[in-house]
Design a binder for this molecule. Structure first.
Ligand SMILES: C[S@@+](CC[C@H](N)C(=O)[O-])C[C@H]1O[C@@H](n2cnc3c(N)ncnc32)[C@H](O)[C@@H]1O
Length: 334
């Protein structure tokens, strides 16, 4: 990695690029251009912005490789069409809009560093329907755009399972791929009530043919015993939102909730022992500081919780990077 001035200046000024993309997405620049090339004046008229200012934004988006400019006309670059327009199955926009909504929270990073406490109530975005929808649609958008669920379903061997539970499954993006690959299995999402409302909307519109194989069940894994026993418990991006004590208890809960021979699969940023690699996980840990009581954990830490809960055959399987930055930890209840 280039180690001098350019790298540090680009990293430290990254908020300008991030904000340009977030705002362009929010005000609809990419949607307008998905219909064909336009001048800055035409785009400005569509989105209700000032023409000269819109030209400056469009030029910046050209410089960032998201738009192309031919004389005074702007059009979408292929990557922008693929990831930034709603009609695309790989639309990443819901994740970008969620990040945009956390702008003020990042402004309080110094407070969190001084206090060690989150900068907002760590409620997993459950307190208003609008926030829950933005959060859950963001998870769905990220996983679909990057392809984690398809990769995971292709590489996990779940042919033995009759019951697969996506614990904290959110939008159910992973569960859908598991049920598509394993037609004899039934699935469930155990999650909080506000999340389940959004999950039902997403699943019924995306995969109505699978709804009779999916149970949506209100379970708060911090308080409730996990209904079971089931054959597979899948936890994606769950442990990173919880502290060490809660995760130790959660692994014991998972052990109790599995049938003998059942599989626990944890998917997350799994860090090296120094907690600095993968780099994406080390940076993401700051978002976790701001919004949860968690952080990203190492394989050594997670394996210790699993072993002390009674699990055996604990294995680490990293996903290939790029584009992925997370790993699976797979363990069996003897
Ligand atoms: C970061 S999202 C991950 C969603 C999905 N597993 C994924 O990887 O895309 C965390 C999920 O855990 C759920 N969750 C958080 N706390 C929970 C709790 N105490 N009990 C059950 N689900 C919880 C949230 O509602 C949300 O769906």
């Amino acid at each position: 990695m280039e180690s001098g001035f350019s790298r540090i200046a680009a990293l430290a000024g990254g908020h300008a690029e991030a904000r340009a993309i977030q705002v362009a997405l929010r005000i609809g620049v990419f949607e307008i251009l998905s219909g064909g090339p336009h001048t800055a004046e035409e785009v400005a008229a569509h989105i209700g912005c000032q023409a000269r200012a819109t030209m400056l934004l469009a030029n910046a988006l050209c410089a960032l490789g998201l738009l192309r400019k031919d004389r005074a006309t702007y059009s979408l670059d292929e990557a922008a069409r693929r990831y930034l327009t709603r009609a695309s199955p790989e639309y990443l926009g819901d994740m970008i809009l969620f990040d945009a909504g956390l702008w003020e929270v990042w402004g309080r990073l110094e407070d969190s560093l001084r206090s060690g406490a989150p900068a907002r109530v760590p409620d997993m975005f459950q307190s208003s329907r609008e926030e829950t929808a933005r959060f859950i649609r963001a998870m769905d958008s990220l996983v679909r755009a990057r392809g984690d669920a398809v990769w995971t379903a292709q590489h996990l061997e779940l042919g033995f399972a009759r019951t697969i539970v996506d614990l904290g499954g959110g939008p159910g993006t992973y569960l859908l791929e598991f049920l598509r690959r394993w037609p004899n299995a039934r699935g469930a999402i155990y999650d909080l009530p506000a999340t389940l409302t959004i999950a039902r909307e997403i699943l019924t519109s995306r995969a109505p043919e699978l709804m009779d194989r999916i149970e949506l069940r209100e379970v708060d894994y911090r308080k409730d015993r996990l209904p079971g026993p089931v054959d597979v418990l899948f936890l994606s991006n769950i442990i990173h939102s919880e502290d060490e004590t809660t995760n130790g208890a959660l692994m014991r809960q998972c052990f109790e909730g599995l049938a003998p021979g059942g599989l626990l699969v944890v998917k997350d940023h799994i860090m090296d022992d120094a907690l600095v690699e993968p780099a994406a996980g080390a940076v993401f840990a700051l978002y976790l500081l701001l919004t949860t009581h968690g952080r990203d954990y190492s394989f050594t830490e997670v394996a210790a919780w699993m072993r002390s809960a009674g699990f055996a055959e604990i294995k680490l399987q990293p996903l290939p990077d790029p584009p992925f930055s997370s790993s699976l930890i797979i363990a069996r209840r003897p």
